[in-house]
Structures are given as structure tokens and as C-alpha cells.
Design a protein around this ligand. Structure first.
Ligand code: COA
Length: 338
């Protein structure tokens, strides 16, 4: 049975069941990834940025003989933001290849079409069944990144301490748990704006005006994702010359996500990238004692950043791709499929 589903008022049994399916998917497709926990799972599924909407459906097995509701074996949601619908589909490994994934995409695609959106994007993890699945539906690969993972157990901490202090004179580093302090929000947003054209795909639009930055930090907190920031401040101008952002999600607090790292063009070549990332790892070691790994995503063309990541101990893990499709074509293709 497939039905529209709202995580805000779903029962906690349903949230737990969806989490079980997510963990079964991870065990099948990404066995090295840590399983997710229930902590803030509802908020993770429900909360969105102002102006965005997420619409969800679940596929639930029939009730047991005693009437207890069956488990949630499939889930789809689409996040409607600035002209694009971002899709996520999950099907429990025990019921794959029965057409459920296709049925779920059909529901979401039709809604995106009815809402007047033109395109659908999706993140697809390399070397998983999702690649063949989305290609069979006519999605095309638009962008590829490499995910890399750093094992904190293998880090050379004395070398890292040296890297953290290896920044040229005239800059100082600041650690900001929770997000940038209020008096630096404007400067922080300006720095993010500077590189917005170079930013990766459209699926994770970056925050570049102060209000959007505040909203995005607030949304992260509401979703149970704790941001940490290290800034490199240019002492002479007070400018944010560089920044790096890591998020520790309540859902998998042993593995953090390294988000943007930015060094402003004029401040490149002073060791800022290496220093801010190294300082971040040192700070996280005491701020998040449960943390065991950090993962990050980089464009394959970004050689300078890949080099620094390798020095810090990041190891390439998988391709992480963005696929896209025209909604009209997708709806047509799915309607034609019997
Ligand atoms: C991708 C996914 C949704 C597919 O669900 P599904 O219910 O098995 O897909 P369907 O049965 O509707 O398959 C539709 C078509 O996709 C293609 N396809 C799906 N899985 C495939 C596979 N393993 N190999 C080759 N083709 C495949 C086939 O063309 C299939 O049609 P067919 O069975 O008639 O040949 C499912 O594997 C899944 O949940 N993957 C995890 C996705 C994810 O987001 N993971 C994130 C963390 S890893």
C-alpha cells in the first residue's frame, strides 16, 4: 500500500520502521557507512528551509494477522526548491526489483509536474543499484564528485597540529561551534558569495546572503545537525579569508560531514586551506568524542583541494553523482510503462 505520508505527524513506530529500512539499504549498498540512529530522525525528515516544501510517500506492507501495521518498505520524497524537485527513493533490499521503486518515482514525478516544476534531480551513489535504476528511467548524469572518508584513528595528530599552525602571518584562526558569531555573519556570507559560481551542483545550493545563511544554520539545527566552523580572519581588513564547515548529524554522530571549504581568491597560497581543516579536526576531537570519521565530497577537477585532503588522510571512497531529468519526459515515460 502506497500513501502520502507526513513525518510531522507520523507515529514513532512508522519513523522507526522507516529507519530500519534505511539501515537495511545502507547495509546492502554502503556497508562501510555507519547505521543511522533514531535521534532527531523525525526532524531530519520533516524540517526544511523557509520557502521549500518536502512531499513524502511511503509503501507499507499489509497488516499482520493480529492487525499490527506492516513495516514501511519503501519511501520517496521530493524537495521542491527554486524550480527543481530533488528526489530521494528508498526500497528495502528484500522487495527490490518488483517495480516498487518505479511506482514511487511515478507518484513523485506526477506531483512535481502538477506543481509546475520542470526538472527533477537526484543524488546517486556510484556502484549501487540506483545507477541502473535511474538510467532505466531516462535520468542523465550531470555531475560527478568523489566522496572521501577520513578515519580519525589513522590521523597523525602531531603532524596535524603543525599544519593547523602553518598559516602565514597576518591571519588568525577562529573555531566557532554552532555557526559563525553574529558579528561575523555578514563577512561570512560575503565570502560564501564570492565562490558561489564555482560551487558544486544545484542540489545543495549554498548560502550567500546573510538571511539565507541564518535560515540555513537554523534549519540545520532543527534537523539535528550540529554545524562547526573554522574561520581564517585577515587581521588587516577583518575579512573572512577562508572558512570550513563540518556538520555532526545526530542521526550518525560517529561520521561527520565536511561541507564547504572556501579560501577567497586573494588569500590563496598562504596555507589557509590546510590550516583551517587541520584545526577543525583538532577541535572536533575534543568537542565530539564519539566521532570516528569525517566524509567529504569534492569535484574531481579540484586538484588543490584533493591534494590537501590526501595530506590530511582522506581516502577516496566512491563516486557521488547528480542525475537529472525533464519532468515531462519522465512522466510520459512512466505512463507509457505497463
Ligand atoms: C534504486 C532503488 C530505489 C530501486 O528500487 P527497485 O524497487 O528495486 O526498482 P524497480 O524494481 O522499480 O526497478 C525499475 C528498473 O530499474 C532498473 N534496475 C533497478 N535495480 C537494478 C539493478 N540492481 N540492476 C540493474 N537494473 C536495475 C531495471 O531496469 C528495473 O526494471 P526491471 O526490473 O523491469 O528490469 C533501490 O535499489 C534502492 O532503494 N536503492 C537505494 C537508493 C538510495 O538512495 N540509497 C542511498 C543510500 S545508498
Amino acid at each position: 500500500m502506497v500513501r502520502e505520508w507526513d513525518p510531522r505527524n507520523a507515529s514513532s513506530v512508522e519513523i522507526a520502521s522507516l529507519l530500519d529500512t534505511l539501515n537495511a539499504v545502507l547495509a546492502a549498498d554502503l556497508p562501510q557507512d555507519p547505521p543511522w540512529r533514531e535521534s532527531s530522525m523525525r526532524e531530519y525528515l520533516a524540517e526544511v528551509m523557509p520557502g521549500e516544501r518536502r512531499i513524502s510517500w511511503v509503501a507499507q506492507d499489509g497488516p499482520a494477522a493480529d492487525g499490527t501495521p506492516g513495516p514501511i518498505l519503501g519511501h520517496v520524497h521530493v524537495l521542491l526548491l527554486g524550480g527543481i524537485g530533488v528526489l530521494e527513493v528508498l526500497v528495502h533490499p528484500s522487495v527490490r526489483r518488483t517495480g516498487l521503486g518505479r511506482d514511487l518515482v511515478k507518484l513523485a514525478a506526477r506531483r512535481v509536474w502538477d506543481e509546475g516544476f520542470q526538472s527533477i534531480g537526484v543524488e546517486v551513489v556510484g556502484d549501487t543499484p540506483a545507477v541502473a535504476f535511474y538510467e532505466s528511467l531516462g535520468f542523465a548524469r550531470e555531475y560527478v564528485e568523489t566522496r572521501s572518508v577520513l578515519d580519525l584513528g589513522a590521523v597523525d595528530w602531531p603532524a596535524l597540529t603543525e599544519m593547523a599552525t602553518g598559516v602565514s602571518a597576518g591571519y588568525h584562526l577562529e573555531f566557532c561551534p554552532g555557526g559563525p558569531p553574529d558579528d561575523l555573519i555578514e563577512a561570512y556570507a560575503r565570502t560564501k558569495a564570492e565562490v558561489r559560481d564555482l560551487d558544486d551542483g544545484e542540489l545543495r545550493p549554498s548560502s550567500y546572503d546573510p538571511q539565507r545563511l541564518r535560515d540555513s544554520l537554523d534549519t540545520l539545527h532543527r534537523r539535528g545537525m550540529k554545524p562547526y566552523i573554522v574561520l581564517a580572519l585577515h587581521e588587516q581588513t577583518g575579512e573572512v579569508a577562508g572558512l570550513t564547515e563540518v556538520v555532526v548529524p545526530a542521526q550518525h554522530p560517529t561520521r561527520a560531514d565536511q561541507y564547504d571549504t572556501i579560501v577567497v581568491q586573494d588569500h590563496r597560497g598562504y596555507g589557509i586551506d590546510r590550516a583551517i581543516k587541520a584545526r577543525m579536526l583538532l577541535e572536533l576531537r575534543s568537542a565530539e568524542p564519539e566521532l570516528a570519521e569525517v566524509q567529504t565530497w569534492n569535484a574531481q577537477a579540484n586538484e588543490a583541494m584533493l591534494k590537501v585532503n590526501a595530506e590530511l588522510g582522506y581516502r577516496p571512497d566512491r563516486d557521488w553523482c547528480e542525475y537529472g531529468v525533464d519532468v515531462g519526459e519522465l512522466v510520459h515515460r512512466l505512463d507509457a510503462h505497463r
